[in-house]
Write a protein that binds this ligand. Structure first.
Ligand code: NAD
Ligand code: UD1
Length: 329
């Protein structure tokens, strides 16, 4: 298939491009590098020994998106492009609504105009809010507590309404849990611009001596060791989930959790990192982070049954590959 990948030089997008190319698909990548680097294009090509078509484009630019769609014979679109820093979305909500909603509207509009009816959208487990675990796709969603979460919930709604209005559309909404790790080559991984907010890049920077310590946000949660529990998924497994989803698109809107189905606490993650990599992580317990939930993990049976996909890599693989990547930066 000819697949347009927006945000394809970002963390998940780059790994997905590698998986798509390895599965024999062709990719056309759009990115404006607001949170990624130009050299990722060459790295994807180096890892796969295949060429990609790349365009430096802002997906909020409707005319440019129209031009791209008119220039290629596309079979499908994977729409990753979006801003994802939760804290920043609270400080500058307009930036988030403008970027994340307008980009979704532009992609959906061009898909309709050019008859590209196969679309995959990057959503987040954040839309479940503080529901009962495991999170199941048909649960009623709870109102998000930040603008970033609303952009995901609203984009999901927009795509559902569009596919309801046009029976030709096949939309898969993928709700990611907590992607971590990196490609085994160490060439691509999580490299946010500015200070990282997510836990794994903070752990690897503490391990490298770039940060003094990991501040663990709370040890009084109702979990085995008191620290919060998440469903960490290796980014390469997540990328493979997109290949499965694109090859099994079907009419209508279909929502899939992409996670492992297993919860891991912050302390368990840290201890696994220390054991596997032989590096000590200095930690300090601090107050809970506002907006954090205690426990989050996926029910993954729908993705297994309908996409024939499940994760293969373990927490040990995730911490090993994240550390290898940190040392190659
Ligand atoms: P990322 O920031 O590494 O990648 C996003 C890419 O999109 C970046 O390369 C950025 O430069 C690009 N981009 C952003 N706005 C753009 C625009 N208007 N035009 C063109 N390019 C633009 O983030 P990621 O972790 O790879 O996440 C990819 C998608 O998955 C995002 O939509 C994110 O919200 C979603 N998601 C991520 C996580 C996670 O933990 N990483 C979890 C759930 C959902
Ligand atoms: C965060 C976002 C979520 C987004 C997801 C993926 C918040 C409140 N939620 O989820 O909306 O979809 O990233 O981008 O920001 N932790 C520490 N110390 C740290 C950093 C994290 O203890 O310095 C803990 C957190 O409390 C959490 C776990 O590590 O329990 C994972 O945190 P993080 O990587 O930020 O992901 P989420 O909070 O799950």
């Amino acid at each position: 298939m000819n697949i347009l990948v927006t945000g394809g030089t970002g963390y998940i997008g780059a790994h997905t491009c590698v998986s798509l190319l390895e599965a024999g698909h062709k990719v056309i990548v759009l990115d404006n590098f607001i949170n990624s680097k130009k050299d990722i294009v060459g790295k994807i090509e180096y890892i796969t020994n295949k060429k990609i078509q790349f365009h430096e484009v802002d997906v909020t630019d409707e005319l440019m998106i129209d031009k791209i769609f008119s220039n290629y014979d596309l079979d499908a679109v994977i729409h990753f492009a979006g801003l994802k820093a939760v804290g920043e979305s609270v400080i500058d909500p307009l930036k988030y609504y403008y970027n994340n909603i307008l980009s979704t509207l532009n992609i959906a509009k061009a898909c309709g105009k050019y008859g590209v009816f196969n679309l995959i959208f990057s959503s987040s487990a954040t839309v479940y809010g503080e529901n009962t675990v495991p999170f199941v796709e048909n649960m009623e969603l709870l109102p998000p507590i930040n603008p970033y979460g609303y952009t995901k919930m609203m984009s999901e709604r927009i795509l559902m309404d569009i596919s309801n209005s046009n029976p030709n559309f096949s939309v898969s909404i993928l709700r990611y849990f907590n992607p971590v790790g990196a490609h085994k080559s160490g060439l691509i991984g999580e490299l946010p611009k500015g200070n990282p907010n997510n836990i794994m890049p903070i752990i690897t920077k503490v391990a490298k001596g770039l940060y003094d310590k990991l501040k663990i946000f709370g040890n009084d949660y109702p979990t085995n060791d008191g620290t919060a529990v998440r469903d960490y998924i290796h980014v390469v497994d997540l990328a493979e989930g997109h290949v499965a989803a694109i090859e099994r698109l079907k009419r209508g809107t279909h929502i899939y959790n992409l996670g492992t189905g297993q919860g891991t606490s912050v302390l368990e993650l840290v201890h696994t990192f220390e054991r596997v990599n032989g590096v000590k992580i200095c930690c300090e317990i601090v107050e809970r982070r506002p907006g954090d939930i205690a426990v989050c993990y996926a029910d993954v049976s729908k993705a297994a049954n309908e996409l024939g996909w499940k994760t293969k890599l373990t927490i040990s693989d995730m911490v090993k590959d994240a550390w290898y990547f940190e040392n190659k930066i």
